[in-house]
Design a protein around this ligand. Sequence first.
Ligand SMILES: [Zn+2]
Length: 110
Amino acid sequence: MTIETGPGVRVWWCGRGHACFPRRLVCPVCRDTGSSPRAAREGVVEEVTDAPGTGVRMVTVRLPEGPRLLGRVEAEAGPGDRLPLSAVPGVPGAVHVPDPHDRTTGTVGP
Ligand SMILES: [Zn+2]
């Protein structure tokens, strides 16, 4: 199986079509215990929080598939904006959402 490592974020799907992020051992909707990843490539900004004096802008993004993700963006962004997603930092204009299952990006996952 190929795992997306470029722009896009891995979202996990149970056998009955419910999307999860991050991955869960059991689907919170139907209790299915199997899941497989697919790339989510964009989402709609719901909330923006600027950390004063740091230049850090955090956004909550809703995916068309359902889950909400928390990420960081370097660009101007406001509620309702549709932005690309990336699990890797430094993609211009994209919301960086670290993949908690990918230890190569320096994040610590479960
Ligand atoms: Zn499910």
